[in-house]
Structures are given as structure tokens and as C-alpha cells.
Design a protein around this ligand. Structure first.
Ligand SMILES: Nc1ncnc2c1ncn2[C@@H]1O[C@H](COP(=O)(O)OP(=O)(O)OP(=O)(O)O)[C@@H](O)[C@H]1O
Length: 344
């Protein structure tokens, strides 16, 4: 008798994407157990109530996947239903018309660089823009915007965001000492973040961009659950590994029902400032192709540019310093698209 491989079954099931979402069974941690008794495979799944409407399709697809494994003679799929209401959503930052989170699956892809320049491009369209840096472990926004002073408080105990380059900015980096690593964990971290969201006096804003820490962990989920997020923008480099991580972020947003408003390819290609020749250092176009495959909107490609890096390092963001350059046009076009999508 052929021995059925449980590992192969796990792999096949986990890769399955729930119809109508970008979430695989891995992202949902849905496969709770697999039992193989002779040729009969029993799978125990835990799915959210919200997916009950497509149970027949899911069962049929999974049964098909299982039957592809050699030696399978029978299949039984048992599903436990999880109430989505377990996740409580609150809005701790009222008074803001639209809230957009900017995420990436992986660090160092230029998420903060893109967020800063996009925020300034949005303000150049006449919008009132706020930028919240929620990366408590490595806040880089204060450096990118040349912010040095601690923010001021209001008489009723709130913190005033700092205004520069036409936008309002707040970062954990402005509140914690530079050489003191943050060591909050679990419940303490959750509380600190919620307090942070509540404490900033943003005033009236058309749009708040939240620069999320890289990855798909607790901080990201806490933020999403405590602000009324209208959508997410995802930044990735063209490398395959970076995009695989971006897919995890897309899955996470799918699970918490935050629509992906657009994907941005950063460090897309390098245009030599001397000869004008274009070089594809990390490849090019892969993110757009993947976005098309996943039926997600693609926002644009930002080239690798020495001046963009220098702008970040010197606290003078590129879009503010070079309003007429072609690279700025890339950010302005993305801002224009976002403005339309957000109906602002
Ligand atoms: N398009 C670009 N051209 C040139 N340099 C870039 C570009 N985008 C980002 N960089 C540089 O890459 C480095 C990483 O960028 P950044 O800090 O924005 O990434 P990140 O994804 O926010 O990282 P982390 O998530 O770890 O905070 C910085 O030195 C930045 O100046």
C-alpha cells in the first residue's frame, strides 16, 4: 500500500487561498490537524465565520488537492467555525477622514522613504496630511524629516504633532531616547501603542498615513484594530524574496479585511546620472506582474536614486527638495491615484 505523506498534505493544503481573499490556509493558521488512517485522510480546519458562505467551494477544492496525493482512498474535511467578533475593532483616532497604513513584509525595502515622499506629494495636492511612524523598534522618520525637537504638549495632556514640509508628523522616535532600546512586549506593548494613538492631537486631517513596522506581527494588528483603517499600501522591491514577504503582508490585511489600495515597486531600476542608461539592479517589473496576477492595484515604480537616499539621510525629503524632477512625478502620480481611490 502507498504510504501517504502528511508533510505533502500539509504543504498542499496550506498553499490553498480562500476564494475572494488573498489569505492562504497558512496565513489563517487554519489547518489544525491531519489524520491518515490507511487510505483515509481526515482534515481538521478552523475557519472564520465570514467564510461560511463559500464552504462548499473550499471543501471541493481541498478534497481535490488531497485526492491528488498517491494512496488516498477517502477524504473527510471537518470544519470548526471561529467567530470573527473575537477581534474587536475600535477607532482611537477620530477626526480623520481617511487612514492608510503602509506596510511591507520585510525590512529595508524603502517603506519609510516611500511613505515620507508620498505624504509630501499628497500635501502638494492640497490635502491636510498626517504621518504617523509606528515603528517603535527602529523609527527612522524623524531622521528622514530632520526632526530633532521633542513635541510639545497641549494643556489637556495630548501631544502636538510636529509640522514640517506641509505635513503633521508624529513618531515614537520623538518620544523615546535614541540610545534606549524599547523592550515592551505583549500586553505592555499593546497598551503603549493604544495610548500613543489616543494621545496625539492631530486636529482635522484629510488623510493619515501610518508607517507600519516591517512584518506581520502584533504591532501591525494592534494598530489595525485600533484605528479605522481605510486601506493598505504595500511596498516591495522587485526581488522574489521581498515579494514573497509582501504576499504575507497582503494575506494579513486580507484576514483583518483591510483592502489593499495599491502595491508600489521601490528600487525598481537605476538610471545612471552620468549616461542616463537604465540598469535593473534588483530586476524590474516583477511586482507589477504579481499585482496583476493577484488582481490588486499597482501604484507605480520608484527608481533607485542616489538623491532619494541622500534626501532621506540628510532630513530633506526628495519630493520637497526637487518638486520638478521626474522621480517626484512618480510620487505625485501615486498620490493622485490614492486621492482618487480614497475619494478625497
Ligand atoms: N528609491 C530609493 N533609492 C535609493 N535609496 C533608497 C530608495 N528607497 C530607499 N532607499 C534607501 O534604502 C534604505 C532603507 O530605506 P527605508 O529606511 O526607507 O526602508 P524601510 O523599508 O522603511 O526599512 P525598515 O522597515 O527597516 O525601517 C535607506 O538608506 C534609504 O535611503
Amino acid at each position: 500500500m502507498t504510504k501517504i505523506s502528511r508533510a505533502a498534505l500539509f504543504e498542499a493544503l496550506n498553499a490553498y487561498t480562500v476564494p475572494g481573499t488573498n489569505a492562504t490556509l497558512t496565513t489563517l493558521k487554519a489547518v489544525k490537524g491531519i489524520d491518515v488512517t490507511e487510505g483515509k485522510v481526515t482534515v481538521l480546519l478552523q475557519l472564520m465565520e465570514a467564510y461560511r458562505d463559500r464552504v462548499a467551494v473550499i471543501k471541493e477544492a481541498l478534497e481535490g488537492l488531497i485526492r491528488q496525493q498517491p494512496g488516498v482512498t477517502g477524504v473527510d474535511i471537518e470544519i470548526g467555525w471561529e467567530k470573527t467578533a473575537q477581534v474587536e475593532f475600535k477607532n482611537l483616532i477620530p477626526g480623520i477622514k481617511r487612514c492608510v497604513v503602509v506596510g511591507s513584509g520585510k525590512g529595508g525595502v524603502g517603506k519609510s522613504t516611500v511613505t515620507v515622499n508620498l505624504a509630501i506629494a499628497l500635501s502638494q495636492l492640497g490635502l491636510k496630511v498626517g504621518l504617523l511612524d509606528s515603528d517603535i523598534y527602529g523609527p527612522s522618520i524623524p531622521m528622514m524629516l530632520g526632526l530633532k525637537d521633542s513635541p510639545l504638549g497641549t494643556p489637556d495632556g495630548q501631544i502636538l504633532p510636529i509640522e514640517k514640509f506641509g505635513i503633521k508628523i508624529m513618531s515614537m522616535g520623538l518620544l523615546i531616547e535614541e540610545d534606549r532600546p524599547v523592550i515592551w512586549r505583549g500586553a505592555m506593548l499593546n497598551k503603549a501603542l493604544q495610548q500613543f494613538l489616543k494621545d496625539v492631537a492631530w486636529g482635522d486631517l484629510d488623510v493619515l498615513l501610518i508607517d507600519l513596522p516591517p512584518g506581520t506581527g502584533d504591532v501591525q494588528l494592534t494598530l489595525i484594530q485600533n484605528a479605522q483603517v481605510d486601506g493598505a499600501v504595500i511596498v516591495s522591491t522587485p526581488q522574489d524574496v521581498a515579494f514573497l514577504d509582501a504576499k504575507k503582508a497582503i494575506g494579513m490585511f486580507g484576514t483583518v479585511k483591510v483592502p489593499v489600495l495599491g502595491i508600489i515597486e521601490n528600487m525598481s531600476s537605476f538610471i545612471c546620472p552620468g549616461c542616463g542608461q537604465e540598469t535593473q539592479i534588483f530586476g524590474h517589473g516583477g511586482v507589477k506582474a504579481a499585482a496583476v496576477r493577484m488582481e490588486l492595484p499597482f501604484l507605480g515604480e520608484v527608481p533607485i536614486d542616489l538623491a532619494i537616499r541622500e534626501g532621506g539621510d540628510s532630513g530633506k525629503p526628495f519630493v520637497a527638495e526637487h518638486p520638478q524632477s521626474p522621480q517626484t512625478k512618480v510620487f505625485q502620480d501615486m498620490a493622485d491615484t490614492l486621492k482618487g481611490v480614497l475619494k478625497l
